[in-house]
Design a protein around this ligand. Structure first.
Ligand SMILES: Nc1ncnc2c1ncn2[C@@H]1O[C@H](COP(=O)(O)OP(=O)(O)OP(=O)(O)O)[C@@H](O)[C@H]1O
Length: 556
């Protein structure tokens, strides 16, 4: 049971008031029943008792106010709880390192962050209502027991039976619903192929025919399963409704057989039975949601635990700032290995030693899969080192300064995600933005207003140019560009190598650039070459061009 401890721990503030309001609204309901009984006796003699009328009006008001308070507060508390859980999850994700996030998988993270929290958003308010109706049932039971203990036992016994039937059938119905969801997912998969692969479908009639045939079959399967599911739902609904009518019948036909003197209370007892139908129905509907809620909470807790366990007892990475913006950063004997699910290393890098200095352009070259991006991830502090050190100005960067170290670096990785909002750039100067957009030849495509780009629906190369606008607005001492130029046209590639990079160097930045463009290797002050996870420093030979530009020597 996770829900109750969670509620007691996370949102204890209103619980007492909530319980009181629930109890008051339930008492008001029982009082209304009593008043109806008393007033109907007067009505039978052709009189209206004004005192009862006033009491009735006051009790209805009390019920309205307390019921409304309890419902609204319970819903607000449920939303507050969900909000807190979400914030905790967001924070756990932002604190996790890249290896952990990649190991858990974005799909699993997404599932917990969206589906499981949505499940809570759906079930918690309903559970709150169910709880309230449960309290109401307790008070109605007391009232009915006061009128006639036997009537109470029989009414609640029968209601319990109806609930058991309903819950049992709902479990079966849930199986039908899961089949229905699977069938709908089949249709959705086909639709994804149709819409995402529209160009491919349009280009080939046999492919289109095959896909549409499969889609038709998936849709027919979904129809059959849905018909079955809805018939089952209809049968459940009718049966349970009929059982509640049977309950009322029992109050007037069966209960009198078991108790004497019942004729005196038959009207209020039957009215009370009518009143329990609604709450019993709600409680029986809501009860199965407890399992879903518990499952969602378990998933969320397990995910938090995985994220937290990965962080382990790691010190607070934001505890200390770097003493000053670094004039050089370096890896010294750094090692790291990717592992598979069993922990077996699948690709190892290092020991890597490389230094990157302010006012220098450093190129990192190497074949596909040689470990360039991995080296950058280690250098930028995105992934932990297994061995060796990261240095800033020749000094090892302790874990307590890692966030401050990362904050010195603007990085545009090859899979860079461009947000529309300029997160992390406080009050950007509009004139500077305009100048940068012009410099990156994007002024006709994009504007910036209220801290956001007017659009990010652009080509990959154009998005990378905007990423460079953001990086320059950030104005950090280190700029890392992972194959930035690969998505640019020849004209802008030249601008990048011959103008933008030298400008960044002239501004005193540590410029690190992964590239395959050997035509411009001569523009670098330093070249590192990656080969099967090892690094070699290239010596640039004057007067040479193209790939013979530098010869490789082991780094010192
Ligand atoms: N998350 C990961 N888990 C396991 N192995 C990985 C992971 N990321 C990369 N690798 C492996 O590490 C090796 C180096 O990858 P990396 O991306 O660093 O190379 P790269 O030199 O940047 O390649 P490219 O030029 O193709 O971008 C590859 O063999 C790759 O399969």
């Amino acid at each position: 049971m996770k829900l109750l401890p969670l509620v007691l721990r996370e949102i204890p503030e209103n619980l007492k008031t909530l319980a009181l309001m629930n109890a008051l609204s339930a008492v008001a309901t029982a009082a209304l029943l009593w008043l109806v009984d008393a007033a109907s006796k007067d009505a039978a003699t052709g009189t209206v008792n004004p005192r009862l009328l006033i009491m009735y009006a006051v009790t209805v008001t009390l019920f309205g106010v307390t019921h409304n308070y309890a419902l609204v507060t319970a819903s607000q508390d449920a939303e507050r709880l969900i909000h807190r859980i979400r914030l905790r999850l967001f924070d756990a994700v932002r604190r996790a390192d890249l290896v952990t996030v990649e190991r858990i998988g974005r799909a699993s993270l997404n599932g917990v962050l969206t589906q499981d929290t949505q499940t809570l958003a759906r079930t918690l308010p309903m559970l709150a209502i169910g709880g309230q109706q449960g309290v109401m049932l307790v008070f109605l039971a007391v009232y009915l027991a006061w009128l006639s203990p036997i009537a109470c036992v029989m009414a609640f016994g029968f209601a319990g039976l109806a609930t058991a039937v309903k819950v049992g059938r709902t479990t079966r119905l849930r199986r039908n619903m899961m089949e229905s969801a699977a069938a709908e997912a089949g249709v959705f998969d086909g639709l994804t192929d149709l819409l995402k692969g529209f160009k491919e479908v349009r280009m080939s009639r046999p492919r289109a025919d095959g896909l549409i045939r499969d889609l038709g079959e998936a849709s027919a399967r979904a129809r059959a399963v849905n018909v079955d599911m809805k018939a089952q739902w209809g049968r459940n609904f009718s049966l349970v409704e009929a059982m509640f009518y049977a309950l009322i019948g029992m109050m007037v036909f069966a209960v009198p057989l078991f108790t004497s003197g019942y004729y005196q209370v038959v009207v209020p007892a039957t009215t009370a039975a009518l009143f329990i139908v609604g709450p019993v129905s709600t409680v029986s509907f809501v009860a199965p949601l407890v399992t879903q809620t518990e499952l969602a909470l378990s998933n969320i807790e397990a995910m938090e635990e995985r994220l937290r366990a990965a962080a382990g007892d790691a010190p607070n990475e934001s505890a200390e700032p770097l003493p000053k913006p670094p004039a050089s950063i370096a890896l010294s004997g750094a090692t790291f290995a990717y592992t598979d699910a069993d922990g077996t290393p699948v690709f190892a890098v290092g020991p890597l030693s490389a230094e990157f200095r302010a006012g220098e352009i450093t190129f990192v070259t190497g074949g596909n899969g040689s470990g360039k991006s991995t080296m950058l991830r280690l250098l930028t502090g995105l992934m932990p080192l297994s061995g060796g050190e990261r240095l800033a100005d020749g000094e090892p960067v302790p874990a307590e300064r890692m966030q401050s170290y990362r904050d010195q670096i603007s990085a545009i990785f090859s899979d860079y995600h461009l947000s529309r909002r300029l997160y992390g750039v406080a009050d950007p100067d509009p004139a500077r933005i305009r100048a940068l957009l012009e410099r990156l030849e994007m002024q006709d495509k994009v504007t910036v207003a209220d801290g956001a780009f007017s659009t990010v629906s652009l080509s990959t190369g154009q998005r990378k140019r905007l990423a460079l606008v953001v990086a320059q607005l950030e104005d950090k001492p280190v700029i890392v560009l992972d194959e930035w130029a690969a998505d640019q046209d020849p004209h802008f590639r030249r601008v990048f190598y011959e103008e933008l990079l030298p400008e960044l160097r002239a501004a005193g930045k540590i410029v690190i650039c992964v590239t395959h463009d050997d035509r411009w290797f001569h523009l670098a002050d330093r070249v590192y070459h990656m080969n099967e996870g090892r690094i070699e420093e290239g010596r640039i030979e004057e007067g040479h061009r193209h790939h013979t530009l530098f010869s490789l020597e082991p780094a010192q």
